[in-house]
Write a protein that binds this ligand. Structure first.
Ligand code: FES
Length: 171
């Protein structure tokens, strides 16, 4: 990568300054070349930065908006729409549970109750040791095997509350 020309960006966001790494800028610029409209690159740009930093700060939103020449509010709108993009720091492992109607009927509440009891956190929170973050989501697309839980990228089907301790111990 050393002989590739990387554009220089200096991002001043009032009180703070962020300079994305050469790799992040290069990766975003590379994606940008693939599409006629920069807007098509926003999700990929957010994923690139999140992969490196774990979440998307306000400063990162500002930096991406500069590179893509898209307004901060547009980037922010897209970032907050997608549940896979984190706008605050999260734990090492993300637990997502579905709180939609089929999982409700099949008892997701008892699963969440068990998780909150074991981890001592509420939905939307991260454990003190930074290992787990618990997040509700609207349907994981696995309704016929509900209640459904996802830990990172792994889906768990027909979960029962008495399986939670065992599941968490895997991480
Ligand atoms: S309703 Fe829970 S996975 Fe669809």
């Amino acid at each position: 990568m050393s002989n590739k020309k990387i554009p220089i960006y200096v991002f001043n966001n009032n009180e703070s300054k962020i300079v994305l790494s050469d790799e992040e800028i290069y990766a975003i610029e590379t994606e940008k070349k693939k599409y006629a409209h920069a807007r098509a690159v926003v999700i990929e740009a957010l994923k690139i930065v999140q992969k490196k930093r774990g979440w998307i700060s306000d400063q990162a939103i500002f930096a991406i908006s500069k590179i893509l020449k898209i307004s901060i509010s547009d980037i922010e709108g897209i970032a907050t729409f997608y549940s896979q993009i984190f706008r605050q720091p999260v734990g090492k492992h993300i637990i997502r549970y579905c709180d939609s109607v089929v999982c409700y009927i099949n008892g997701y509440e008892s699963i969440v109750k068990e998780i909150t009891k074991i981890l001592k956190i509420q939905p939307g929170e991260t454990t003190e040791d930074g290992i787990f973050t618990l997040l509700p989501v609207c349907c994981l697309g696995n309704c016929d095997k509900s209640p459904t839980l996802m830990i990172n990228n792994k889906t768990y089907n027909c979960v029962k509350s008495n399986q939670i301790q065992f599941l968490l111990e895997k991480y």
